[in-house]
Design a protein around this ligand. Structure first.
Ligand code: URA
Length: 242
C-alpha cells in the first residue's frame, strides 16, 4: 500500500509532521537517491527513503503500550465516546491499528494497540493463556473464602466456571487492594468474579501483560512503542492447553 512521503518519514524516523516538513525544506530527505518533494507517494519495500543519507527502515507492524485513563472506550471508533485510538499521537497513527483486548471504560492501565492481526490473535486466543495482571480495590474485607474461590476457579452468577486465578492481598484498609492474575479475558471478568464472591470492584488497573509491566513513566493517556524483545515477554508466558 502506497503512502505519503510525510507519513512514511514521520513513522519511520519518529518525527512530527512539522519536523518532516522542515527536513524536506532543508533537502535532508531523499527518495531513491534524489531530493524528495512533499506529497510524493512511497511504496514500502520498493522505494528507498533516506534522512541525512541514512535509509529509513520501514517497520511492517507497530505495537504500542497505552496507559488507558478512565472514561475512554477500548474501541477504534465511537460516535459519542473518546476511544483509545483518539489518544494515539499522529506519528503513530496508521491504518488497521486496533486495541488487542478490551478494558472497561472505567478500567485504567495497559492496553496494547497494534496493526498485526496475527500477533493480536495469538495474544487473545484462549488457547494461549497469556497472563493479565491487575490491581483492584475491592469493597470491604478480603477474606480467606474469597481467596479460595478465586484460586479454585470462581463460578459466576450466569454459571460460567472461571479458570483458577491467582489473588493476593496488597493492603487492607476500609477496602482491600489486591493483585489478581487472570489467564483468560471474559467480559467484565474481575467485576463479575468479585460480585460472585459478594464484593464489588471500586478501582481496576491492568498493570502487566504476560511478563511485560506497564511502563511507570507513561502518564494516563500516554503511549509508547513496544520493543521487539518486549513482545517476547508478552508471548513467552503462554502455555498452550493440551
Ligand atoms: N475485568 C473487568 O471486569 N474489567 C476489565 O476491564 C478487565 C478485567
Amino acid at each position: 500500500m502506497e503512502l505519503r512521503l510525510e507519513k512514511y518519514c514521520a513513522q519511520a524516523a519518529k518525527l512530527s509532521r512539522s519536523q518532516v516538513k522542515d527536513a524536506l525544506r532543508r533537502k535532508r530527505i531523499t527518495l531513491n537517491g534524489r531530493p524528495a518533494k512533499g506529497g510524493e507517494k512511497i511504496l514500502p519495500g520498493r522505494d528507498v527513503v533516506c534522512l541525512d543519507g541514512e535509509a529509513l527502515a520501514w517497520q511492517q507492524h507497530l505495537y504500542l503500550m497505552l496507559n488507558k485513563p478512565k472514561g475512554v472506550v477500548s474501541a477504534t471508533r465511537d460516535s459519542r465516546e473518546k476511544t483509545v485510538l483518539d489518544l494515539v499521537p499522529e506519528s503513530f497513527q496508521r491504518p488497521g491499528l486496533f486495541p488487542a483486548g478490551r478494558l472497561d471504560k472505567d478500567t485504567t492501565g495497559f492496553v496494547l494497540l497494534t496493526d498485526d492481526g496475527d500477533f493480536a490473535h495469538r495474544m487473545l486466543s484462549p488457547k494461549h493463556h497469556i497472563e493479565k495482571t491487575y490491581q483492584a480495590l475491592l469493597a470491604g474485607q478480603f477474606t480467606a473464602e474469597m481467596k479460595r474461590r478465586f484460586e479454585s476457579g470462581c463460578v459466576l452468577k450466569d454459571g460460567y466456571q472461571c479458570l483458577p486465578a491467582a489473588i493476593r492481598l496488597l493492603e487492607q484498609g476500609e477496602n482491600a487492594w489486591v493483585e489478581i492474575v487472570l489467564r483468560e479475558g471474559k467480559y467484565h471478568q474481575i467485576r463479575r468474579m468479585a460480585a460472585a464472591c459478594g464484593s464489588r470492584v471500586l478501582e481496576l488497573k491492568r498493570i502487566r501483560l504476560g511478563k511485560l509491566n506497564l511502563d511507570p513513566d507513561l502518564k494516563p493517556g500516554e503511549c509508547r512503542e513496544i520493543l521487539h524483545k518486549e513482545l517476547q515477554e508478552i508471548l513467552t508466558t503462554s502455555t498452550p492447553r493440551a
